[in-house]
Design a protein around this ligand. Structure first.
Ligand SMILES: C[S@@+](CC[C@H](N)C(=O)[O-])C[C@H]1O[C@@H](n2cnc3c(N)ncnc32)[C@H](O)[C@@H]1O
Length: 262
């Protein structure tokens, strides 16, 4: 399987992606002595979190080689990066904070995964997670529709097209709240927030999803077939959402924070 993550494509909307990250950090009590950033991506937000939270030992974990190469730029004393799979990752009460911004949606079975992440938090430590909750938006539904059309359907072979991780994996806000309670978080804050992005045009949505949700199709198609897929996606998307300049792109996200009991 190729690594379809491209830090440069992902960074195109760095400004828009930064706001939920800051909102997540605003839920935390600082300073935070030690932290892990799961699904850290290209690393700039990992380092920023360490700077803003006064963290002396911060480790970013990701399973994309291309993201980890870029994260090298953000290594400093007390900030390091490692290869790892956040779906199975755990550690024995090792951190004051487990942070995950826009990464949990990529792995299934959130009750099990959050149980493992919670085990890595010291008593009294914090969890802060942000996930997109936008599977119902045209940006996502159109991708699934195109994947089930020929010639793409056949190109995916016997396994069929990849499912939408946001649709398959992300739970409702109240389910996360119940989970945090069950996992022993004595304080918590869970909310659904709509981010009101204004993009240059409707077609900018294509650039946005190329850096995220379309990576799952890119991994499974050759370059020509993926180019045809993106073209078909763009045409259908414009039929569904219309041609607008600029384009208002509302984006639902779930933010959750919890503090473990002592
Ligand atoms: C949307 S990016 C978010 C990056 C960063 N947290 C940020 O906010 O900019 C999602 C990241 O999760 C990583 N990721 C996805 N599945 C993963 C897994 N199973 N294990 C480790 N990292 C994973 C991807 O490689 C990617 O870097």
């Amino acid at each position: 399987m190729s690594d379809a993550w491209d830090p440069a494509t992902y960074r195109k909307f760095a400004g828009e992606r930064r706001q939920p990250f800051h909102d997540l950090l605003a839920l935390l009590d600082a300073p935070v002595e030690s932290a892990v950033d799961l699904g850290c991506g290209p690393g700039e937000l990992t380092r920023l979190a360490a700077d803003l939270l006064g963290t002396r030992a911060m480790v970013g974990i990701d399973n994309s080689e291309s993201m980890l190469v870029d994260s090298g730029e953000h290594v400093r004393d007390g900030v390091s990066f490692e290869f790892g799979d956040i779906g199975t990752w755990t550690a024995a009460a090792a951190f004051d904070l487990v942070l995950a911004n826009a990464s949990l949606q990529w792995v299934p079975d959130h009750p099990t995964v959050l149980r493992r992440w919670t085990a890595a938090i010291k008593p009294g430590g914090q969890l802060a997670v942000q996930v997109p909750a936008n599977a119902n938006m045209a940006s996502h539904t159109v991708a699934g529709e195109i994947a089930h059309r020929e010639p793409f359907l056949s190109a995916f072979g016997a396994d069929g097209p990849p499912g939408d991780p946001v649709e398959d994996n992300v739970l409702e806000p109240e389910q996360y709240a119940a989970l945090l309670y069950e996992l022993g978080f004595t304080d918590q804050h869970v909310r659904l927030q709509v981010y009101p992005h204004v993009l240059a045009s409707s077609r900018s949505v294509v650039d946005w999803v190329r850096g995220t949700t379309l990576t799952r199709f890119q991994r499974r198609l050759d370059a020509d077939m993926f180019a045809a897929f993106v073209n078909a996606y763009e045409n259908r998307l414009i039929e569904v959402i219309g041609e607008h300049v600029p384009y208002f792109f509302p984006f639902r996200r779930i933010l959750m924070w919890g503090r473990r009991g002592d």
